[in-house]
Design a protein around this ligand. Structure first.
Ligand code: GLU
Length: 318
């Protein structure tokens, strides 16, 4: 899986984002990154590996910012490396995005954007999405939230996203379909995260975004939620249990019970974007560097992958 966090308020954003990402480490990831905003620019820090390694980059930059977004990546499109890590800028660097999930029709969208002159640094579906949003912004002159909504109507796939715009330090736009996203409401501050663990010591008031909803989070205007079909939604604010343990345990009495019951979802999340049903194949990005070793040896790992392939009736490739 993977995780997203975000903060807008009057505190320094980066300690909250970094601590939040560490709390989401249990979900599994291969790289991490954060984007911090000030009046003039969006600054992105990202790195393959552990959150602490990326943290060093952020701390040595010494940036002051009260708004930012952060991500732990579980690569589906493109190898786990620094360039493919999130956040991703749009071409003009006007926008930065973090994304959990997969955009299934990214290749078609990318083709259209390439024809219109867009270029891409990474191999990700996410960079395609942020440029699609920028393309809508440029051509329609609507607000960022509206541009996100319009762009998502062209997207097939799963997403929890957060988008920020250069020069606008009063807003984060979020959206969700298939991947979780919760907004924490504090005293003159807002948090976003994949689950409530990153912000529970700050607030127990939370809104769980429903499928195909887009949220504008603004210090000045508050929260406005619309469906991707443009229906205004009255947000349902929930009061959360205050202990991290009980949030993590959810409605289950024991962690073991939770783990057992969540196995189908965990397997689904792990294989998301990797199980190519139409090609009857599994594509495991990142394994290609070990391909030769796996080919040469009948060791434990190759046995395991072959067993998995047999069970799923597929072949495995990179
Ligand atoms: N599909 C995106 C990527 O490969 C997001 C993966 C994730 O959910 O972390 O970068």
């Amino acid at each position: 899986m993977c995780g997203i966090v975000g903060y807008i308020g009057n505190k320094q954003a980066h300690p909250i984002l970094l601590e939040g990402l560490k709390r989401l480490e249990y979900r599994g990831y291969d790289s991490s990154g954060i984007a911090l905003l000030n009046e003039n620019q969006i600054e992105v820090f990202k790195k393959q590996g552990k959150v602490v390694e990326m943290e060093n980059l952020v701390l040595s930059a010494g940036l002051q910012s009260t708004i930012g977004i952060g991500h732990t990546r579980w690569a589906t499109h493109g190898a786990p490396n620094n360039i493919n890590s999130h956040p991703h800028y749009s071409n003009s660097k006007r926008l930065a995005i973090i994304h959990n999930g997969i955009i299934e029709n990214y290749a078609t969208i990318k083709e259209g954007l390439l024809k219109r002159g867009y270029t891409f640094e990474s191999e990700t579906d996410t960079e395609v999405l942020v440029n699609l949003i920028e393309d809508v912004l440029v051509h329609t002159h609507v607000s960022l939230a509206e541009a996100v909504r319009i762009a998502l109507n062209q997207v097939v796939g799963a997403y929890a996203i957060a988008v920020v715009e250069q020069g606008n330090v009063d807003q984060i736009v979020v959206a969700k379909k298939g991947s979780p996203l919760v907004i924490g409401i504090g005293e003159k501050e807002y948090f976003i995260a994949s689950d409530a663990t990153p912000f529970i010591e700050y607030t127990n008031q939370a809104i769980y975004l429903e499928e195909e909803e887009v949220g504008l989070i603004s210090l000045e205007k508050g929260i406005e939620i619309r469906t991707t079909a443009n229906k205004l939604i009255r947000p349902y604010i929930q009061e959360l249990a205050l202990e991290i343990e009980s949030i993590e345990k959810g409605s289950y009495d024991h962690f073991m019970l939770k783990e057992v019951n969540e196995q189908p979802k965990s397997i689904f999340d792990t294989l998301r974007g990797r199980l190519l049903v139409d090609k009857s194949a599994i594509c495991i990005g990142g394994l290609n560097q070990y391909e030769k070793i796996l080919e040469r040896r009948q060791n434990y790992y190759s046995c395991m992958w072959n067993l998995l392939a047999c069970r799923l009736g597929c072949r495995i490739f990179n």
